[in-house]
Design a binder for this molecule. Structure first.
Ligand SMILES: C[S@@+](CC[C@H](N)C(=O)[O-])C[C@H]1O[C@@H](n2cnc3c(N)ncnc32)[C@H](O)[C@@H]1O
Length: 283
């Protein structure tokens, strides 16, 4: 298995696509909106150049892809009054993902995105000029010239590890290159790195079932919840499993997955995802 080639979310707009199964990730984006707004404002006030360059690492292709872009445009646009230093800054965006990502789908959606953001924009504020480019490549490699970007964003991505380890074990077994660190491990890595300060870090919980917006710990309909969970896992892990075990096994694998998740929910109550929202500032 070659991660850079085989890892991509489930393409298209069908029932098992990421487009139709990314509600879990969407909820995480909404949860971190306030932190993102604050970071955008701070960066915008700090830059001494006419262009602010922002990057979304692991943008994928689906309904969440342009969330970051639209948020930055709206925050800068809202602050675009006479007193603000953000006034007249132009925005350059890079949408990054692995080469297997459906960038064509993203590019095709840009025209509609531009129209809708222009239509939404309030008449009494200036819509900043913005330019959007795709950037295929792994974020574990160098993607930009030194000091050329002002703001990096990444959501639901950094649990994907780099690929060294994987090659060595490739012949023996399937290896899902995912690591979910604790909040202390994240802080330790940042401290060790010495390049950033943590401006904000918070752990939050999201229901494992993307369609369950309830607050409590009980899973109301364990079977339906398990199906929803298996479907959202398939949209992300399906293509990798298909490349290792073959496409024909996917239905069976995710049926089994829903079966085990039903048992887990019945025994342990509603499943929760723990997510870390972190905002870093260059030292
Ligand atoms: C679960 S999706 C999240 C997408 C989007 N940010 C969202 O919130 O919906 C994870 C994305 O990270 C990308 N990804 C994983 N490892 C990567 C790497 N090393 N470099 C660039 N993108 C990567 C995957 O291809 C996938 O599109």
């Amino acid at each position: 298995m070659n991660i850079e080639r085989d890892l991509h979310i489930a393409k298209g707009e069908g029932e098992t696509s990421y487009v139709n199964n990314s509600r879990l990730q969407q909820k995480a984006l909404l949860e971190t909106e306030v932190v993102l707004e604050k970071a955008v404002r701070e960066v915008c006030m700090d830059i001494h150049q006419p262009t602010m360059t922002s990057v979304d690492l692991g943008c994928s292709s689906g309904q969440n892809t342009l969330f970051f872009v639209s948020k930055v445009i709206k925050v800068v646009g809202r602050d675009n009054d006479e007193k603000s230093r953000c006034n007249s800054v132009e925005l350059q965006f890079f949408l990054n993902d692995l080469p297997g990502n459906d960038f064509n789908h993203v590019f095709r959606s840009l025209e509609r995105f531009k129209e809708s953001i222009t239509a939404e924009h309030k008449e009494n504020t200036l819509l900043p000029a913005f330019y959007i480019a795709g950037l295929p490549g792994s974020y574990y490699t160098r993607l930009f010239p030194r000091q050329s970007c002002h703001l990096f964003h990444s959501s639901f991505c950094l649990h994907w590890r780099s690929r060294g380890l994987l090659k060595k074990e490739k012949l023996d077994s399937f290896n899902l290159p995912v690591y979910t660190p604790s909040i202390n491990e994240v802080k330790a890595v940042v401290t060790q790195n010495e390049l950033f300060n943590v401006s904000h870090i918070k752990l939050f919980e999201s229901n494992w079932d993307p369609h369950d917006d309830s607050q409590g710990d009980d899973a109301h309909n364990t079977i339906q919840s398990a199906i929803n969970i298996a479907q959202s896992l398939r949209a992300v892990f399906g293509p990798l499993l298909a490349s290792h075990f073959g496409e024909s096994l996917l239905n069976e694998i995710f049926k089994k997955c829903a079966y085990y998740v039903t048992g887990h929910l019945a025994e342990r109550g509603e499943g929760k995802y723990l997510l870390i929202c972190v905002s870093l500032k260059r030292t």
